[in-house]
Design a protein around this ligand. Sequence first.
Ligand SMILES: [Fe+2]
Length: 249
Amino acid sequence: MLPVFSLFRKKTTLADGTFSMLGTDMHSHLVPGIDDGAKDLQGSLELIRQLSRLGFRKIITTPHIRPEYFPNTRDTILPGFENLRNAVAQEVPGVELAVAAEYFVDFEFMEYLEKEALLTFSGSRVLIETSTIAAPPNFQDIIFQLRLSGYQPVLAHPERYLHMDLKTFTKLKELGCEFQVNLMSLSGHYGSKVKKHADLIIRNGLVNYFGTDCHNLHHTQVLTEIAHEARLVKKILDCQPQNSDLELT
Ligand SMILES: [Fe+2]
């Protein structure tokens, strides 16, 4: 049996105010001025400094691609990203950056998939999201088609889709979809229903990765609070997330 003092010591090392146990983040909006994330280069650098303080050494940033709101393409994403990466090499040493995208999946996504080579991370992974109101009726077909096309779909924040139940989540996993839960869902940042939905996904062992989905400095503040909460840090560790297996290419 462990002496009492070592139990206390374990507790304090668990929540050291960082997510160094994850090391890699694969969901954020840091390319300046092209979506609802960082507005300019200085803002972007400040967010990356904060994420570095939070223990992230590798950051795969994922600008929105959603035709009617954020009509991004490789041509809007890649030059801004290269500029950011050069600035980070100078200003925030010790952090490595890569870029992919967060694709909004609607009914028309199948057509998009036929026309475009998608921006991927860590091999063939593609980060996707859908509406928080309802998924398109062909959502499962789209997952199947992504797999058939050689992509590994990763569903961003499944806990935010209150229209999906455990049966749907299980089906998506069976189709080969990976799940990325937002760290901020654990503290109730998106509301108590989303928090409960995150717990459902966690309890059923469906989490592959945690992500920050960082858009702004309010988010890094919320993330800092979570990183100091031993109960939440334990919850993250118990999921055995695979963030550190992710590669930047
Ligand atoms: Fe996002």
